[in-house]
Write a protein that binds this ligand. Structure first.
Ligand SMILES: C[S@@+](CC[C@H](N)C(=O)[O-])C[C@H]1O[C@@H](n2cnc3c(N)ncnc32)[C@H](O)[C@@H]1O
Length: 272
């Protein structure tokens, strides 16, 4: 199946929503979900940084890695990756506004960090890089937007070196039938659709030539993330009051969709 959303709509959406996202998710500009453990409590940003730690370890990224971040957004995680591991990171994103934010953030870093970071406006479906360029592909909360996910996996495989690792998370559809309610409040709102369940995603990776190293169903963490996000929506804003109220309600509906198995979240680590 294919989504009815176009890349142009996704680009326009993300170009326009940066201020709102920063006021709810993370003022530094990252927009991804979090993983909770016994020490996280209700700290959403700690949960987001737990996901980064989990992915960087499982992806075996180190100072000699050359990483491509697919859907880098404002560049927050790419900059963190470079700072944490000393690796080279290139970020691409569909949103010109976010790529410019990432480029601006880069200019505020030390020269040695700048030398190892690059940002470019591009689509994950058509990567402007040669075959076998990167040791790692990294992606958070991005591929769910792309109608043609197989083309993303194909491109990822193409630009990875032999033995290279792709570590990414994505939304999944645990059961094929989605209620009209979830379609409206979750799928349509997120500009999202997918043919993949947790298991069939791994089949799709295998079909592109990847060897699956690890896969984790993180759906319970997705639900927790949205419940906390609902609580982070500003309540005293006059400027965007109506939008924020809708957002808080949609986040609650999204958590319910996870409970109903209409939405899930998977983490995949695979190798070329
Ligand atoms: C939820 S945000 C996540 C951003 C970033 N990974 C993070 O963790 O903060 C989704 C991002 O995917 C980007 N995106 C959507 N479709 C894309 C595509 N086809 N190619 C590249 N980026 C895309 C959007 O512009 C947006 O910045």
């Amino acid at each position: 199946m294919s989504s009815k959303f176009t890349e142009q709509e996704t680009e326009t959406y993300y170009d326009g929503q940066d201020e709102i996202y920063r006021s709810v998710w993370d003022k530094e500009g990252s927009v991804h979900w979090g993983v909770f453990d016994d020490n996280t409590g209700d700290d959403f940003l700690k949960a987001c940084s737990n996901l980064n730690d989990m992915m960087v370890d499982k992806g075996r990224i180190n100072s000699s890695s050359n990483v491509l971040d697919l859907g880098c957004g404002n560049g927050t995680t790419a900059i963190w990756l470079n700072n944490d591991r000393g690796c080279q990171v290139t970020g691409i994103d569909l949103s010109g506004v976010r790529v410019n934010n990432a480029k601006n953030a880069r200019t505020r870093l030390s020269q040695s960090a700048q030398d190892k970071l690059a940002f470019e406006k591009a689509s994950a479906t058509e990567l402007p890089f040669g075959d076998a360029t990167f040791t790692h592909l990294w992606s958070q909360a991005t591929i769910y937007h792309v109608p043609d996910k197989e083309s993303v996996l194909k491109e990822a495989y193409r630009v990875l070196k032999d033995g290279g690792i792709m570590v990414f998370d994505d939304l999944i559809k645990p059961k094929p039938e989605i209620s009209d309610h979830a379609q409206k409040f979750v799928y349509d709102r997120l500009l999202y659709d997918t043919p993949f369940s947790f298991d069939s995603y791994q089949d799709a990776l295998r079909a592109q030539g990847f060897k699956n190293l690890e896969a984790h169903d993180l759906s319970a963490h997705l639900k927790n993330s949205y419940l906390l996000l609902a609580g982070r929506v500003p309540k005293d804003s006059t400027e965007h009051a109506e939008h924020y109220a809708e957002l808080a309600d949609s986040y609650i509906q999204t958590a319910k969709a996870v409970d109903n198995q209409e939405l899930g979240w998977g983490l995949y680590i695979c190798q070329k």
